[in-house]
Write a protein that binds this ligand. Structure first.
Ligand SMILES: [Zn+2]
Length: 189
């Protein structure tokens, strides 16, 4: 399989870790229209360390895979679970651009077969190369916080709902050997 290596500009400033520390794979979708916009969000600096938020791997709709952060670095992709995990982001519009609008809380863009098949290949590749990796879950399972809706502060919406109901968990479970632990990944906090 081909992975294009495209490090974010601040990757040297991210914390290093031994690969044996990695136990968990977290599936995300970008909730942005394309990979280029995801890249500009990923490059934004949000922390005093001079780093920002991103996954390690990005898979575009056509199945092409890019690595933005080496797994031997801790990326900021999920609150409370970064140290032990790898983040994989699937390009998908999600709720863009009304992420937190109370009437737009559905993820209706399907994941193309090519994108999912490449995800499975990447998961199996990572499982072979990082033997300590054993669990998988979705961002929505780990971050269940509610925030005020953008259109109506008396309403609450989910901060994160990716990868959402159209993500084929059952198929992933059939084709890989990682155990889907859902929201029980609390133990990593
Ligand atoms: Zn996410």
């Amino acid at each position: 399989m081909h992975i294009e290596i495209k490090p974010l500009s601040y990757t040297k400033k991210l914390d290093s870790r031994p690969l044996e520390q990695i136990e968990l794979l977290v599936i995300h979708c970008t909730e942005l229209p394309d990979l280029a916009m995801a890249r500009s969000y990923g490059e934004e600096i949000h922390y005093n360390s001079g780093t920002g938020n991103s996954g390690h791997f990005y898979i575009d709709r056509d199945g092409s895979i890019q690595q933005w952060v080496n797994p031997n670095k801790v990326a900021h992709h999920v609150m409370g679970h970064n140290k032990q995990s790898i983040g994989i982001e699937l390009v998908n519009s999600g709720r863009y651009p009304d992420w937190h609008h109370s009437k737009k809380q559905t993820l209706d863009e399907a994941y193309p077969d090519t994108q999912i098949d490449q995800l499975i290949a990447l998961i199996n590749h990572l499982h072979r190369t990082i033997p300590s990796l054993k669990h998988i879950t979705g961002h929505e399972d780990l971050d269940q916080r509610l925030i005020d809706a953008s259109d109506d502060p008396t309403k609450k919406v989910r901060r994160k709902i990716d990868p959402g109901p159209l993500f084929p968990w059952q198929y992933i479970t059939q084709k890989t050997q990682l155990i889907n632990i859902g929201s029980t990944a609390k133990k990593y906090e």
